[in-house]
Design a protein around this ligand. Structure first.
Ligand SMILES: C[S@@+](CC[C@H](N)C(=O)[O-])C[C@H]1O[C@@H](n2cnc3c(N)ncnc32)[C@H](O)[C@@H]1O
Length: 249
């Protein structure tokens, strides 16, 4: 079974899995951060855009949006949700844009899909190159040293006569630059149950290392992972919101 079946064969279930995520709040926060730190421009790009939920909210706020993702089935759903936006199948570690954008977002920890530190560096330099002056790169991340391998989230959802259980957890072995996102999806229809295990290899990094990668390119601001209020990062939390401003360094 392929590693990332969630983004290919099971892409039709992705939005159900994410039904509890407050995409409106995340998009509103990114917009607010762009207003505070950025140049106020309306060109937006979403990396690892998935089915396009953030892009929908940005379009509704008046942005001109584009999205990129490595999996075409996700982009097909995104294009239906956001006919006004331009989508391209690209790797976030080596992407290009036709014209500079003012704000780049990358949510739901998708930046970790860059896979290893070398590719993450390419992702950061690609984002820097794609931004206009004083543009903002906004993403959330998890610190490898704060991952609790015993912690997981789980929720149920119903679609027609199908009952789903989605579970996910991080796993970090304690050394090296690889962590995994482990997903379990169970679908029950009448008396038949199917289940899938997905294990996504992702880059593992500490926030200190991440800041060191970002600093040569950006002025970096870090906030608590709270989409209701902006609170500076307390230097302890393992989840955080990074706001990276392309200044003339
Ligand atoms: C957790 S989902 C997040 C989707 C969306 N940002 C959201 O918040 O719902 C991660 C997305 O990243 C995409 N992805 C994985 N590796 C990628 C890569 N190297 N380049 C671009 N997209 C990638 C997947 O196909 C998937 O759509």
């Amino acid at each position: 079974m392929p590693d990332n079946i969630l983004y290919t064969d099971l892409s039709a279930y992705y939005d159900l899995m994410c039904a509890d995520i407050d995409y409106q709040a995340q998009s509103d926060t990114a917009h607010r951060l762009h207003q505070i730190f950025g140049n106020g421009g309306i060109g937006h790009l979403d990396l690892g855009c998935g089915t396009g939920p953030h892009i929908r909210h940005f379009i509704d706020r008046g942005y001109h949006c584009s999205g990129l993702d490595i999996n075409q089935p996700m982009l097909d759903i995104a294009q239906q949700r956001c006919p006004e936006a331009r989508f391209s199948q690209q790797d976030m570690c080596m992407f290009t844009v036709t014209e500079p954008v003012d704000v780049i977002t990358c949510f739901l920890y998708s930046i970790h899909y860059s896979g290893d530190i070398t590719k993450l560096k390419h992702c950061i330099s690609s984002a820097h190159k794609a931004l206009s002056a004083n543009g903002v790169f906004c993403f959330n991340a998890v610190d490898k040293n704060k991952i609790n391998n015993n912690s997981f989230t789980s929720h149920t959802a119903t679609q027609g006569s199908n009952e789903f259980i989605f579970s996910s957890k991080w796993h970090y072995c304690g050394s090296g630059e690889q962590q995994a996102l482990k997903l379990h999806i169970q679908k029950t229809t009448a008396n038949t149950t199917q289940s899938w295990q997905d294990e996504h290899p992702m880059v593992a990094i500490s926030f200190k290392e991440l800041q060191n990668l970002l600093n040569p390119y950006f002025e970096v601001h870090i906030f608590e992972h709270d989409f209701q209020k902006l609170i500076p990062w307390n230097k302890e939390s393992g989840n955080a919101l990074f706001v990276c401003v392309k200044t003339a360094k």
